[in-house]
Write a protein that binds this ligand. Structure first.
Ligand code: ATP
Ligand code: MG
Length: 395
């Protein structure tokens, strides 16, 4: 079991010394039991938000509507949330109101899966009313209570089930799978941002076979915002596995590469799907560029490589080669070596790298469109023969 950091213990102790209950809850308890390092440590407490704020000198209201106060301790932040129960759910996604509660068991019962509904405090041990520890040891993602009711309350939970399968390598309980088959259409009501977050976490998971589950449950269609998956599922899964395998030393592969493989079949449609999922512009640009160039053949000539270096920044070009090796097989080592050599020698492949600029052309009376065309011609010549990149030769 992973040990709890001192600052988290101190926060729990401070709350306890003031007569309140406090436990670590949710993902951090699950990860601690699995021996993994939790991303963040969340605390649930019987103290009301104002009582929490009164006990710590540095706090801010990070989600005060839901009873969450962030407590700062040194350079660390810990979210402290008052026990709560959710009211009636509206439109398959939001509780109409949240009510604070004095009982940890009530707080645990509003949580999505048994593995996420365990509380722990050093002085109290585990509070685990739904046998979350049993399900962790069985590798099972199971709803707290009736799956249909819980997915009916919040449709995102269906996608979260598949996401946890991808991250933890667990299987999803049969009852939950059956409930997804009935209720998957409700995912259409969930905001693109929340769906996107879960998709990203899913793709970054160490068990990309869960993409198959996404497909089999029919959730894929809603993740793609009302589009059918048009790729070869098993190939896409094995590419994502290969990408992860090739990155084993450096942690998980970058999201943009995972997205490029996942969306590799979309061709020109890639950009609108990413837009519908509210990805940021930078990600949309990088991923669509990868998807566009994935099927294109790269010639081994230095000239052709420079044309690509004009489009892709150097690291991205290396990433493109890696994606192509994974999706098309073969080894592009020669192209990789050539591109590195071009960069090492500082050979010119951009207008900015030319020995001549617009001002030089203006001096000899070439301006406007003609100047632009001349510079493009110069660049083309210089990309074929680097020796030409001097003022004298070009002018
Ligand atoms: P991660 O390691 O990815 O952060 P996590 O389990 O901490 O995983 P979060 O999304 O950070 O997941 O949520 C924290 C906790 O809040 C969960 O463990 C779960 O108990 C509860 N939770 C989050 N989202 C929901 C939801 N949609 N419905 C019910 N409970 C939820
Ligand atoms: Mg979390």
């Amino acid at each position: 079991m992973t040990s709890i950091p001192e600052y988290v213990k101190e926060i729990i102790n401070t709350l306890a010394a003031a007569g309140h209950e406090a436990f670590i809850v949710g993902g951090c308890v699950r990860d601690m039991i699995r021996g993994a390092i939790p991303v963040d440590w969340d605390i649930a407490t019987s103290a009301l938000p104002d009582e929490v704020k009164a006990l710590f000198s540095r706090t801010f209201d990070s989600g005060i509507k839901h009873g969450t106060v962030s407590v700062l301790s040194g350079g660390d932040v810990c979210e402290v949330t008052t026990y709560r129960v959710d009211g009636e759910y509206l439109d398959n996604r939001r509780p109409s109101e949240v009510t604070f509660s004095g009982k940890i068991e009530e707080d645990l019962s509003r949580r999505d899966f048994t593995i996420n509904a365990i509380a722990y405090a050093p002085s109290r041990g585990f509070v685990d009313p739904f046998d979350g520890r049993g399900d962790i040891s069985r590798g099972l993602i199971k709803c707290v209570g009736d799956a249909e009711t819980r997915f009916g309350e919040d449709a995102l939970r269906m996608l979260r089930a598949v996401r946890f399968a991808a991250v933890l390598g667990f299987s999803v309980d049969g009852g939950a799978i059956g409930a997804i088959a009935k209720l998957r259409g409700n995912l259409a009501d969930i905001s693109a941002e929340r769906v996107r977050e879960e998709l990203c976490k899913l793709l970054c998971g160490e068990h990309p076979q869960a993409v198959r589950l996404l497909h089999e449950t029919g959730l894929m269609y809603y993740v793609l915002r009302g589009r059918a998956f048009g790729g070869e599922l098993e190939r896409v899964i094995s590419w994502i596995e290969d990408l992860g395998g090739s990155d084993s030393d450096a942690g998980r592969p970058p999201l943009s590469l995972l997205l490029a493989l996942f969306f590799s079949w979309t061709g020109g449609k890639c950009e609108c799907i990413l837009r519908d999922l509210r990805f940021d512009n930078r990600t949309i640009k990088i991923v669509s560029r990868f998807v566009e160039f994935l099927p294109k053949k790269i010639a081994e000539s230095r000239y052709e490589i420079k044309k690509l270096l004009r489009i892709f920044p150097p690291e991205e070009f290396e990433d493109l080669l890696r994606l192509k090796e994974i999706s098309q097989g073969g080894c592009l080592e020669k192209i990789r070596a050539e591109s590195r050599d071009i960069l090492a020698r500082g050979e010119c492949f951009t207008l900015r790298g030319l020995a001549v600029n617009g001002d030089d052309l203006a001096e000899i009376g070439i301006t406007g469109k003609a100047a632009g065309e001349a510079l493009e011609k110069f660049l083309d010549a210089v990309m074929r023969d680097p020796n030409l990149n001097t003022k004298e030769a070009l002018l």
